[in-house]
Design a protein around this ligand. Structure first.
Ligand code: SF4
Length: 91
C-alpha cells in the first residue's frame, strides 16, 4: 500500500479539526476509507488514481458508491473510532 500521502492534513468537515490522509483512508466502516474521501481530497492530489492503485477494485467501487449514513449513526461511529484510538494509544 502506498503510504506516501498519509502525512498530509486537512480540516475534517465531520470532526471539525485537522486529520491526516492516513486517518481518512482508514476511518470508514471496517477500517476502510471514509465515504467522503473523494470530496475532501480532490483539490490536494489525484485522489481517484491514488485510491485505484492502493485498493482492490471491488473495494474502490464500493467506496465510489458509498452513501452518507444518517447523522446519528455517523456520530456514534465517530465516537467509537475515537474511543478505539484512545484505547490503542494507552496500550
Ligand atoms: S475524508 Fe472523512 S475523515 Fe477525512 S476529512 Fe473528509 S470527512 Fe473527515
Amino acid at each position: 500500500m502506498d503510504k506516501s500521502k498519509n502525512h498530509l492534513e486537512r480540516r475534517c468537515p465531520r470532526l471539525g479539526g485537522a486529520v491526516s490522509f492516513g486517518y481518512c483512508r482508514a476511518s470508514g466502516e471496517h477500517d476502510t476509507a471514509c465515504w467522503k474521501i473523494f470530496d475532501c481530497w480532490w483539490e490536494h492530489f489525484d485522489i481517484v488514481e491514488h485510491l485505484k492503485k492502493c485498493m482492490p477494485e471491488e473495494t474502490f467501487i464500493k467506496l465510489v458508491n458509498a452513501k452518507p449514513k444518517p447523522k446519528m449513526v455517523s456520530l456514534v461511529e465517530i465516537i467509537e473510532q475515537a474511543q478505539k484510538r484512545v484505547e490503542n494509544q494507552l496500550k
